[in-house]
Design a protein around this ligand. Structure first.
Ligand SMILES: [Ca+2]
Ligand SMILES: [Ca+2]
Ligand SMILES: [Ca+2]
Ligand SMILES: [Ca+2]
Length: 305
């Protein structure tokens, strides 16, 4: 009987659709406490055939899911992007995680002068102590003169409706920070820990904006976002947990003073292997990785998620 019922393609489709909704409802719960499509590996059709939209992100103007951030010399600027790193000028900026990234542009849509910003956002919910992190890149084809008047900028903001005074600006970077026709040297990491006061719901928002006019593009790249309950100290490899992978790093740097003079146990070059972490495993900031750090690490062993 069931086979007869199921053989009807219409009923079968209804059944499968019902199952899909049930599965989605079941799996949707944990997803809302996280970022959906955090590395922009998933994209979908967009009405503008010139770019793909990042799946599950709201967008305004040009916010494209791409496998490469390549500046466009739109002919409006006098310098193009001459100050960008050579490898990015030649090949574009590739994802820091996976194959794809989010690329915002102030003018990649329509004719030059049609738009003055690009924006993307997703509603997230964070608990006290949660760690939000990700990588960003800002570059511009624009320039500023004596009046600083074409100082295009990009921001990463936690928009906490309804009062804009509650917004938390995590990153602000503009043309004068990177220089005329220039960019950051590459990806840089940002991080934010939610407090009891700032935990809750917000729109994680990325924005790049032309200043004064709507000509000569500036760009913001975003990739590898993460929202998790990371331990305060022990997560050296930034995978949200304090576990044996971090312990292996501590062992590698054991008794090393990253800041010490040559000739003793220090080895600053090895410490540099961990970009953005001055002294991996030096949780108590006394410049050497020793038993005191191990105590802190033990107290956080297997915490985080
Ligand atoms: Ca990615
Ligand atoms: Ca501009
Ligand atoms: Ca870890
Ligand atoms: Ca220490």
């Amino acid at each position: 009987m069931i086979f007869v019922w199921f053989k009807s393609s219409t009923k079968g489709a209804v059944l499968l659709y019902g199952l899909l909704i049930a599965v989605h409802a079941f799996t949707a719960f944990p997803v809302y406490a996280d970022i959906v499509n955090p590395s922009f590996e998933l994209f979908e059709y967009h009405a503008d055939p010139n770019f793909s939209k990042p799946f599950c992100w709201e967008i305004e103007n040009y916010a494209a899911d791409v496998n490469n951030l390549m500046p466009l010399n739109d002919g409006q600027g006098e310098g193009g992007y001459q100050g960008w790193p050579d490898d990015i000028k030649d090949n574009g900026l590739f994802a820091i995680d996976g194959e794809r990234l989010l690329m915002l542009s102030t003018g990649h849509i329509g004719e030059p002068g049609d738009t003055d910003h690009g924006k993307a956002w997703q509603h997230i919910t964070a608990q006290e102590g949660d760690r939000l992190s990700g990588y960003y890149f800002f570059g511009t084809c624009d320039y500023i003169d004596d009046l600083d008047d074409y100082n295009d900028y990009a921001t990463i903001t936690l928009v906490r409706n309804p009062d804009p005074n509650d917004n938390i600006e995590l990153i602000y970077i503009n043309v004068s920070d990177v220089g005329n026709y220039s960019s950051m040297g590459g990806w840089e990491r940002f991080e934010y820990i939610f407090s009891a006061e700032t935990a809750g719901e917000c729109d994680l928002t990325f924005h790049v904006q032309d200043a004064v006019d709507d000509y000569v593009n500036s760009y913001l790249g975003i990739d590898d976002l993460e929202l998790c309950a990371a331990p305060e100290h022990g997560d050296i490899n930034l995978d949200c947990q304090a576990d044996y992978l971090d312990f292996a790093i501590i062992a590698q740097f054991w008794q090393i003073n990253c800041y010490g003079p040559p000739g003793d146990m220090s080895d600053p070059n090895r410490c540099d292997d961990w970009a953005g972490v001055d002294s991996p495993g030096d949780f108590d900031d006394n410049e050497i990785i020793d038993v005191n750090d191990l105590k802190i690490f033990a107290s956080e062993w297997l915490t985080g998620e």
